[in-house]
Design a protein around this ligand. Structure first.
Ligand code: NAG
Ligand code: NAG
Length: 284
């Protein structure tokens, strides 16, 4: 009787792990610069060695920056940032960065610069330096469906977002209230003041643009802030995939009902035909 409990616990635990790692790998955005380099140029090998450095460094540090010097204008600059809860020692940061680098490689073939954000990590390279430069450009802003003016929900949202706004928060911040979770992250090249400034911009947009939405994401070039229901996927109750799944479900149900009606009709026709022929048999 002794092993059942631990086994159950391990099974549940590994399920939770699997789910959370699926989230880490979820694609958020990616983009490439217009200018292209010549294939086979020294710049290309500089980009490749920079991206390789990201992956090897991620097993030691959750943030790092690199510059690969080339004859001007051949230098390339880059950084990666893992979300604060992913550790280097466990290999989670490396796995995320490796995935991001490989997706960036296929997304931005030949581009002088590119950036890609997965839920668990961010990678970026360019031929102009952007390291240590604050950049509040809005890259992604999306909100869930409105939950209406339910004051409990709104209070929870405000307190979660309030935690994220606390100026002593550091470059990775988490806020929890009831079932709601808030997460904020700056890239490690920003100073504490710059990080705070960047996050206040993101949080301000979250408050103003996402209004009474059930969840919200604001990704700026160097920081992001988001809130969503704990446990459920962030987009589950928004206007994303779930809505389409519902429609699919409705279509499937309709198809089944139509099929059933057709089947029953055929059966009734068949039975009445049989009854008639039986009558005829009896009659003769
Ligand atoms: C980056 O590369 C593009 C295209 O080759 C070039 O026009 C631009 O001047 C470069 N920028 C820097 C800072 O080298
Ligand atoms: C880049 O990394 C070096 C060490 O690897 C560090 O001294 C420097 O402060 C970093 N720069 C930024 C902008 O993070």
């Amino acid at each position: 009787m002794f092993p059942t409990k631990p086994i159950l616990f391990i099974a549940v635990f590994s399920l939770v792990e699997t789910f959370s790692f699926a989230d880490v790998d979820t694609f958020v955005y990616g983009g490439c610069s217009q200018p292209k380099y010549f294939p086979g140029s020294p710049y290309e090998s500089n980009v490749n060695s920079l991206l390789t450095s990201f992956v090897s460094s991620a097993s030691l540090y959750t943030y790092n920056n690199f510059t690969v010097d080339g004859d001007s204008p051949g230098s390339v600059y880059g950084l990666y940032q893992c979300r604060g809860d992913l550790s280097s020692s466990s290999g989670d940061c490396t796995r995320c960065v490796a995935r991001a680098v490989s997706r960036l490689g296929s997304l931005c073939v030949g581009a002088c610069g590119g950036a890609l954000q997965l839920e668990g990590c961010f990678v970026k390279y360019d031929n102009a330096t952007f390291l240590g430069v604050e950049d509040k450009t809005v890259v992604v802003r999306r909100c869930g469906l409105p939950i209406g003016y339910n004051s409990d929900e709104l209070t929870r949202r405000d307190s979660v977002v309030g935690y994220l706004a606390a100026s002593n928060g550091g470059s990775y911040r988490v806020g929890v209230s009831g079932g709601l979770l808030g997460v904020a992250q700056c890239t490690g090249d920003l100073s504490a003041t710059e990080c705070q400034d960047c996050l206040m911009e993101a949080i301000g947009r979250l408050r103003s643009d996402c209004g009474t939405a059930a969840w919200g994401d604001v990704y700026l070039a160097k920081c992001y802030a988001r809130y969503y229901a704990r446990g459920g996927h962030s987009r589950a109750n928004g206007y994303g995939g779930h809505q389409r799944n519902n429609d699919d479900e409705i279509e499937k149900t309709l198809a089944i009902i139509v099929g059933l009606i057709a089947g029953v009709t055929l059966l009734v026709v068949f039975l009445s035909f049989m009854a008639k022929s039986c009558d005829r048999v009896k009659g003769t």
